[in-house]
Design a protein around this ligand. Structure first.
Ligand code: NAD
Ligand code: WQD
Length: 334
């Protein structure tokens, strides 16, 4: 298939491009590189020994990609391009709605106008909000608690309505839990600008000596060891789920909403222990107050995607840590 990958130079997008190329698809990446670097796509091509095309364009500006879509006629779109920081979304809500909602309107509209096909959308566990009971199913109530979560829920609604009006647009809404890790080559991975806000990139920078210690935000949650619990999954499993979704939509067009997680809650302290065990590095940490806005635990019921496609995330916590550490050592040596 000809697959347009918006945001394909980013963390999850680049790993997904590898899977798409390995599966023999033709890939064009649409990205404005505001949170990524074009060199990543060179590495994707090195890893796969395949070529992809790049369209430097902005999802907020349909004139930057509509003509290309009309000419190249993608059969599928995987729409990663978006902004993803919860904190930043509180400070700059208009930016988040513009990129995540209007950007999705623009891409979906252009796709429908050229005939439609399969559309896979990067949604998030953040659509569920704080009060969901665990594990979260796709039918759990959606009550986002920040503009980021709202922007993704609104984009989901946009896609549902466009699908209803134009059933030639098939849609998979993938609600990702906590992707971590990197490609096992160590050539691509997550590369946050500045001080990482998320647990695993920060821990990797403690392990390599960039920061002296990890701050554990809260040890008094009502969880088994008192620290926060999340559904961490390997980014390569997450990448694979997009290939699975495309295949499913091709054989059975329609609209699906799937959680993508492992269905297993892992605590912050368990992650620290795993990191130390797998890497042999010590992770000094201090226990700090809870981080505002955090929930005690968040993990998926991932059985719906497995029921529909027989696919489940197979990589372990140790795989996540080993691959993250290989990438961290390589990128800090660059
Ligand atoms: P990322 O920032 O690494 O990748 C996003 C890509 O989109 C980047 O290459 C960026 O340059 C590009 N982009 C941003 N705005 C754009 C615009 N206006 N026009 C064109 N390109 C633009 O993020 P990621 O972690 O790879 O996340 C990908 C998607 O998955 C996002 O939509 C994010 O909200 C969603 N998501 C991420 C996570 C996570 O924990 N990483 C969890 C759930 C959902
Ligand atoms: C995990 C746990 C922290 C950092 C965020 C977004 C979410 C999604 C993925 C896009 C929590 C604790 C963290 C640290 C810590 N993104 N922690 N010390 O908050 O589950 O999810 O990223 O859709 O929308 O909210 O991930 O990695 O930030 O935190 O103790 O230095 O680690 O308190 O319990 P989170 P995280």
């Amino acid at each position: 298939m000809r697959v347009l990958v918006t945001g394909g130079a980013g963390y999850i997008g680049s790993h997904t491009c590898i899977r798409l190329l390995e599966a023999g698809h033709e890939v064009t990446v649409l990205d404005n590189f505001q949170n990524s670097r074009p060199e990543v796509l060179d590495r994707v091509q090195t890893i796969t020994d395949a070529t992809l095309e790049v369209l430097h364009a902005d999802v907020r500006a349909p004139e930057s990609f509509t003509q290309f879509m009309g000419e190249w006629k993608p059969e599928a779109v995987v729409h990663f391009a978006g902004l993803k920081s919860v904190n930043e979304s509180v400070e700059k809500p208009a930016e988040y709605y513009s990129t995540n909602v209007q950007g999705t309107v623009n891409v979906a509209r252009a796709f429908v106008e050229m005939g439609g096909g399969a559309f896979v959308f990067s949604s998030t566990a953040a659509v569920y909000g704080a009060e969901a009971t665990m594990p979260v199913t796709e039918n759990s109530p959606t009550r986002p608690v920040n503009p980021y979560g709202w922007s993704k829920l609104m984009a989901e609604q946009v896609l549902k309505d466009i699908h209803t009006a134009h059933p030639q647009l098939s849609v998979a809404l993938l609600r990702y839990f906590n992707p971590v890790g990197a490609h096992p080559s160590g050539l691509i991975g997550e590369d946050p600008a500045g001080v990482p806000a998320n647990l695993m990139p920060y821990m990797a920078r403690v392990a390599d000596g960039t920061y002296p210690s990890l701050k554990v935000f809260g040890s008094d949650y009502p969880t088994a060891d008192g620290s926060g619990v999340r559904d961490f999954l390997h980014v390569d499993d997450l990448a694979e789920s997009h290939i699975v979704a495309l295949k499913s939509l091709a054989g059975d067009p329609g609209l699906v909403t799937w959680n993508v997680g492992r269905g297993e809650g892992v605590s912050v302290f368990e992650m620290v222990a795993a990191f130390q065990r797998v890497t042999g590095r010590r992770i000094p940490y201090s226990v700090e107050p809870r981080r505002p806005g955090d929930v005690a635990e968040s993990y998926a019921d991932p059985t719906e995607i497995e029921r529909a496609t027989s696919w489940r995330a197979g990589r372990s916590v140790d795989d996540m840590v080993a691959d993250l550490w290989r990438w961290q050592k390589r990128s800090s040596a660059d």
